[in-house]
Design a protein around this ligand. Structure first.
Ligand code: IPE
Ligand code: IPE
Ligand code: MG
Length: 238
């Protein structure tokens, strides 16, 4: 079982268009799929689930779609807090949140605060997140520390970089899932996915149900993670 699952929930728009509906209808049904996955992970004892809900590039979409997406994010935060609390799930948000409308920022802050002592699972939503943004921030923060004389260049290690990324409180993902048929990372967790097992499915996000998730978990269970070692070394350790 993976400890941390990270998901690019893609294909909402195409799911809707296929049904003759506006793209935003797909986003609405997509919220239900996300809720089911959260419950499913909690039930299976998966400690970390990270969902890509809005990328730093998604601002490029038509203004009306962006508006609906932000509204949906706000209402989902309001509506789902109780479910998170009842299931002892802590909510975290990663991304450039100050760019969002004040009201949405407040909902994010409120939900995170209310659930911060929950321990059974951490649900992280990536909002206005970009992997390059994350790495760039870490670089700037390290450069400032060097400039201020707090650290020496020789102290810049992998651990130090990781401590400046906004995922500093999360282990790296074990399993990455992208729905919707595209075989790309789309600026999600670039640093953190270095040794993650990647799983791509053509299923559109609103159709991604428990059976689909189980299939992904099965594929993950059958993979051998070698982290640079050879097969024999892994077998000797097992
Ligand atoms: C993913 O579905 C949701 C977000 C990016 C917010 P899309 O809206 O990208 O759906 P497709 O890829 O256009 O079908
Ligand atoms: C990635 O999906 C972002 C989210 C799911 C939030 P996109 O649909 O925006 O990705 P591209 O544009 O197809 O790469
Ligand atoms: Mg898409």
């Amino acid at each position: 079982m993976p400890e941390h699952v990270a998901v690019i929930m893609d294909g909402n728009g195409r799911w809707a268009m296929q049904r003759g509906l506006p793209r935003t209808a797909g986003h609405k049904v997509g919220v239900d799929a996300a809720r089911e996955l959260v419950k499913s992970c909690r039930k299976r004892g998966i400690s970390y689930l990270t969902l890509f809900a809005f990328s730093s590039e998604n601002w490029r979409r038509p203004a009306e779609e962006v508006r609906v997406l932000l509204d949906l994010l706000g209402s989902s935060l309001e509506n789902e807090t109780r479910l998170l609390d009842e299931n002892d799930i802590r909510l975290m948000v990663i991304g450039d949140v100050p760019r969002f409308p004040k009201l949405l920022q407040r909902s994010i802050e409120k939900t995170c605060r209310r659930t911060r002592n929950n321990r059974s699972m951490t649900l992280t939503i990536a909002l206005n997140y970009g992997g390059q943004w994350d790495i760039l921030n870490a670089c700037r923060s390290i450069a400032e520390s060097i400039q201020d004389g707090e650290i020496a260049v020789s102290e810049v290690t992998r651990n130090l970089v990781e401590s400046r990324l906004c995922t500093r409180d999360l282990p790296d993902p074990d399993l990455f899932i992208r729905t919707g048929g595209e075989i790309r990372i789309s600026n999600f967790l670039l640093w953190q996915l270095a040794y993650t097992e990647l799983y791509f499915t053509d299923t559109y996000w609103p159709d991604f149900d428990i059976d689909c998730f189980e299939r992904a978990l099965k594929v993950f269970a059958d993979r051998q993670r070698r982290f640079g070692n050879v097969e024999q070394q892994i077998e000797e350790c097992a």
